[in-house]
Design a protein around this ligand. Structure first.
Ligand code: MLT
Length: 417
């Protein structure tokens, strides 16, 4: 019988070894833990990872309590549920998130899951190893790292902070933090997949119908598929599209990710969904059927209790109660924006998104500013460069903290810069 030796080549996915450092929020967690250990008395205010602080609303917890009782009763107990989601939740989503916005989405196009992060990472299973991915810069790191793990990103160049095989779409102050449509000119790669996130994480920028229509037209003309992450749509305060499916032609070229995490405080409860239209086909294959096949093979469904809680978000009480929480966070966003402006910062976002994107003072590097804020003010944020090279010199603060901590954070930095 053979034994394992280091000489047996090819068994391990070597793409992991190409990843630079650790996952952004793990690295932040590591630095904060080290600082807390050195400074046990420090009152740290965490405005880094976009994790909610308001509790689940009453409509949701009531529905979950009732579901727990059902699970404890022989007559109403449930074992495995439908892997793609219970019809009661898929129907509530189709009606409450799409029909009301004039978007025609059928319940068999909605796939309930335990998180938009996992769906964004897993969806790439539908594409070949050499499919070309276009990503924004800065970008939510999951789109990049998950494709790098699958070998689609090529090699990482630490001098540029970029992967050789990805198409980058810079989002800078000059572009209003919006990506520019890749030029599919001669010799250039036409992306098979384009990753868009609006309202944007991390910059807080939002997109108009007109601009989004240009992306949909580009994708349909070039055969690209748009991965549209609209996890923050509930934070839109202006007249902007909440879903890509409000745009004509999107059913032929887009997949949308949504989450109850930020909309209804489910970061610890876990429920999300992905919309894959039946009309989305590439090379004769239905991406809807492929995703259904993938999920039913690799996923056993979101818990019944959780789905009952998510469905309660669409009840009249649920809608009112989650709106109160969203308004609470957006008041925090206004406090942060104003506090930073008063302290002389240049600030973006925070109007249609719970993220505030600021320019670091005196051109300070993002990680240096992270260390400075942590050591001098005990405030934790997210360094812009962690989201990509175009994020260098920027910094992200989240509005998901408590009111008390948000006010105190602004108080701590007042007059300091
Ligand atoms: C973030 O801070 O960017 C988000 O909380 C991360 C996530 O939703 O996974």
């Amino acid at each position: 019988m053979g034994t394992y030796t280091e000489n047996r080549p090819g068994a391990i996915n070597r793409n992991y070894a190409k990843l630079p450092g650790s996952y952004l929020f793990s690295e932040i967690g590591r630095r904060v833990a080290a600082y807390s250990e050195e400074n046990p008395g420090a009152k740290i205010i965490r405005l880094g990872i976009g994790d909610v602080t308001r509790p689940l609303c009453k409509a949701v917890t009531d529905a979950m309590h009732a579901a727990v009782d059902e699970m404890g009763n022989e007559m109403t107990f449930k074992g495995y549920g439908p892997e793609l989601g219970y019809p009661f939740l898929r129907e509530a989503i189709a009606k409450g998130d799409y029909a009301i916005r004039g978007a025609d989405i059928g319940i068999d196009e909605i796939f309930v899951s335990d998180g938009a992060k996992c769906d964004c990472a897993n969806i790439s299973d539908l594409f070949s190893a050499d499919a070309v991915m276009a990503v924004c810069d800065p970008v939510y790191p999951v789109y990049v790292d998950s494709n790098a793990m699958a070998g689609r990103a090529g090699t990482f160049d630490p001098s540029t902070g970029r992967w050789s095989d990805l198409v980058y779409m810079p989002c800078t102050e000059e572009t209003g933090f919006l990506p520019v449509i890749p030029d599919p000119g001669e010799g250039r790669k036409i992306p098979d997949v384009i990753w868009l996130c609006f309202p944007n994480n991390p910059t807080g920028s939002a997109i108009t119908r007109e601009e989004l229509t240009k992306w949909v037209n580009f994708a349909n003309e070039n055969g690209s598929v748009i991965m549209y992450d609209s996890a923050y749509e509930a934070y839109i305060s202006e007249d902007l599209p909440h879903s890509i499916f409000e745009i004509d032609g999107a059913r032929e070229c887009a997949i949308e990710f949504r989450s109850f995490s930020k909309t209804a405080g489910f970061t610890g409860t876990r429920c999300a969904y992905t919309v894959v239209p039946r009309t989305l086909k590439r090379e004769g294959a239905s991406l809807n059927e492929m995703w259904a096949r993938r999920q039913s093979t690799k996923f056993n469904g979101t818990p019944y209790i959780t789905q009952r809680g998510a469905a309660a978000v669409y009840s009249p009480e649920g809608r009112t109660q989650i709106r109160e929480n969203i308004e609470y966070y957006m008041s925090n966003a206004a406090i942060i924006r104003q506090g930073l402006i008063d302290s002389g910062f240049t600030v973006f976002g925070g109007v249609n998104a719970p993220y505030i994107w600021l320019k670091t003072p005196d051109g300070m590097k993002s990680w240096d500013f992270f260390d400075h804020l942590m050591r001098e003010f005990q405030i934790i944020g997210t360094p812009g460069s962690g989201f990509g090279p175009c994020g260098e010199g920027y910094f992200r603060l989240t509005a998901f903290g408590s009111r008390e901590n948000t006010l105190e954070a602004m108080d701590r930095i007042k007059g300091a810069f």
